[in-house]
Design a protein. Structure first.
Lengths: 140, 116
């Protein structure tokens, strides 16, 4: 029963993902004409952690050679991704570049207010969702 | 010589124990981000809002506390303009749990007081 509970919990965590908030910025909000219509723009890219994948592969392999190879892969990955970073590394940093365009198409420029810009990560084992979220309000 | 070493070791352990005991209820703070917008001239109506969440071992499954902070902020300045928004996002780590807090401080400019 204990194993089932543990497995169930692990599966739940695997499905739901851990949410991280890295930074947030709130701008001025004009509520003089009411709250307005909320809009949200979200762009994301897949983050990767090969070190975690190697760890899992090493544990699953069950052999000394397998664990050793996995450790080498993990060490190389750590070496090439060394240094401060926000969330996990992605293949490109251009995934957020069309956010301004998406925001502009969500509401008339002179009616926009209350911008909230958040950088978030949804972390799954090995992979992650690296997210840029912009919330705004479109005045009536 | 060995006696001195033992004495120093005991002192060091006591000191470490004290640091641990003090830091346990306080938690370790980490300031994640700070941002500010233009501060208005009229600062007669300061408002504050907060978004807070906690989780055991840092397993947070949602960032909805961001929306809570925004709703809280908006509810404090209905039919006004929120200006001079200072946003601080910080986390605290305790032994078995972590907390995440968004503190927002701003100024509410109502129609009759708006001369920013």
């Amino acid at each position: 029963l204990k194993v089932k509970i543990l497995l169930g919990t692990a599966f739940y965590i695997f499905l739901t993902a851990c949410a991280s908030l890295h930074n947030i910025q709130i701008s001025e909000i004009d509520l003089t004409q009411g709250e307005g219509k909320r809009f949200e723009v979200k762009k994301n890219a897949m983050g990767l952690n090969v070190s975690e994948a190697a760890g899992i592969a090493g544990a699953v392999s069950g052999t000394k050679a397998g664990r050793s190879a996995a450790k080498t892969v993990s060490d190389v990955w750590k070496a090439i991704t060394y240094g401060p970073k926000t969330g996990e590394v992605t293949f490109t940093d251009k995934y957020a570049d069309d956010v301004p365009e998406l925001v502009a198409s969500s509401c008339s420029p002179n009616k926009m207010t209350g911008f909230v810009t958040a950088r978030e990560t949804n972390k799954y084992p090995v992979i992650s969702g690296e997210i840029i979220r912009v919330i705004g309000y479109c005045r009536k | 010589m060995r006696g001195d070493l033992m004495k120093n070791k005991k002192k060091l352990l006591t000191l470490l124990g004290l640091v641990f005991a003090i830091s346990l209820p306080q938690g370790c703070a980490s300031l994640k981000s700070v941002s500010s917008t233009r501060v208005p001239k009229n600062r007669t109506l300061p408002i504050k809002a907060e978004g807070f969440t906690w989780a055991i071992f840092g397993f947070h499954f949602s960032n909805s506390f961001v929306d809570e902070a925004i709703t809280d902020l908006q509810s404090k300045c209905t039919k006004g303009k929120i200006s001079g928004v200072y946003t601080k996002y910080s986390t605290r780590s305790y032994l078995f749990w972590t907390t995440r807090t968004i503190n927002v401080e701003a100024y509410c400019l109502k129609a009759n007081t708006r001369r920013a």
